[in-house]
Design a protein around this ligand. Structure first.
Ligand code: HMG
Ligand code: MG
Length: 309
């Protein structure tokens, strides 16, 4: 297998954490329902390939996301106390109850920077979402469970258009203020470009939120995810969400397509000489296997290049 030549720039981070979302963000968007055994094997293969965090599923309403209705069964099949955390999404106290019953150690709440997406994704107003999350975070922390926060539509919204930087910062600060250890900034529909990323990170910095509390969550709808990742790396961000093979989207934002492919990210990090701990051949083989299960080829350029012929 070919590898990129390494040219390290000492001003870039030495190491990044890849937060793998394929089993959740990827599979939530599949039209068919994937068998539990396939999901379990997917998560296990991702773990063996060295992904340091593997988001597993969501404890959302099964009618809203039927693809992940088997969340409790999947979690029951995972080693929740091994070295790899398996976070799950929880939108509300009902979701948290289910997740705690299943024994999870990490949860993620997911807010919206815009009114319309709060309504479409959470059946909530922008304001009410915070009241919904507050007891979730408090009770999770009381139970010794770590809480991450996502914020969607940080770079644009399909119904509302441009989203002002200060609106994103205000929403993000409120989620972090509840006690989330990290805020993942979602470009849900992939419309962001590199200077927008820099401007948003600057705006958070001016508000006193450093890059150590931030992660980036890019969807690759317009092919900008790697350029945006590079811009964020230059700003010192060290956690990036990505999805094996580029699976993904959001069932409540039809213009959302797959996430940044983990393989594409790994290839770039390898060339930049930035450590990540992931076994690229094992990961690419996993994505090829998953593509066979789903019956459609991976959109990742690196998966295609590495496994061609
Ligand atoms: P709702 O219908 O308003 O819920 O949905 P409700 O509170 O009115 O309750 C209605 C019924 O649902 C009740 O049952 C509840 O118990 C039950 P009843 O008393 O009628 O028998 N219920 C639940 N059951 C199971 N699990 C639950 C749950 N909650 C209520 N958690 C809700 C509100 C938030 C639940 C719904 O809107 C929902 O599930 N939304 C999730 C949508 C979703 O998962 N979207 C994709 C993830 S976000 C994303 O992909 C973006 C991200 O990747 C970042 C980015 O790219 O930007 C993270
Ligand atoms: Mg997403």
């Amino acid at each position: 297998m070919s590898l990129p030549a390494v040219h390290h720039d000492p001003s870039l981070p030495e190491r990044v954490t890849i937060y793998e979302v394929g089993a959740r963000d990827g599979l939530q968007n599949e039209s068919g329902v994937i068998p539990l055994a396939t999901k379990r094997e997917f998560v296990q293969r991702l773990t063996v390939a060295g992904l340091p965090v593997v988001e597993a599923t969501s404890f959302v309403h099964p009618k809203w996301v039927p693809q992940l209705a088997d969340a409790a069964d999947l979690v029951a099949a995972l080693d929740l106390h091994g070295p790899t955390p398996y976070p799950v999404l929880v939108p509300n106290e009902r979701g948290l109850d289910r997740a705690l019953e299943a024994g999870v150690t990490h949860v993620a709440i997911f807010g919206s920077a815009t009114e319309t997406f709060a309504s479409k994704n959470l059946n909530s107003t922008y304001e009410d979402q915070f009241a919904m999350f507050e007891p979730v975070v408090r009770r999770a922390l009381d139970a010794g469970v770590k809480v991450r926060a996502y914020l969607s539509m940080c770079f644009g919204d399909p119904w509302e258009g441009e989203v002002a930087l200060d609106r994103v910062v205000t929403a993000g600060e409120r989620l972090l203020g509840m006690g989330a250890y990290e805020l993942s900034l979602g470009d849900t529909i992939g419309v962001g470009t590199a200077h927008h990323v820099e401007a948003l990170l600057d705006a958070f910095g001016e508000a006193g939120v450093g890059v150590d509390r931030l992660a980036m969550h890019f969807h690759d709808t317009y092919g900008q995810a790697l350029a945006n990742t590079y811009a964020a790396l230059r700003h010192g961000v060290t956690t990036f969400d990505a999805s094996a093979g580029g699976l993904g989207g959001c069932p409540y934002a039809k213009s959302a397509t797959g996430n940044l492919a983990t393989e594409d990210l790994v290839w770039m990090l390898d060339g930049l000489g930035i450590a990540h701990g992931v076994d690229l051949p094992a990961l690419a083989q996993t994505s090829v296997w998953m593509a066979e299960q789903l019956g459609c080829p991976s959109p990742s350029a690196v998966v295609r290049a590495l496994t061609a012929g």
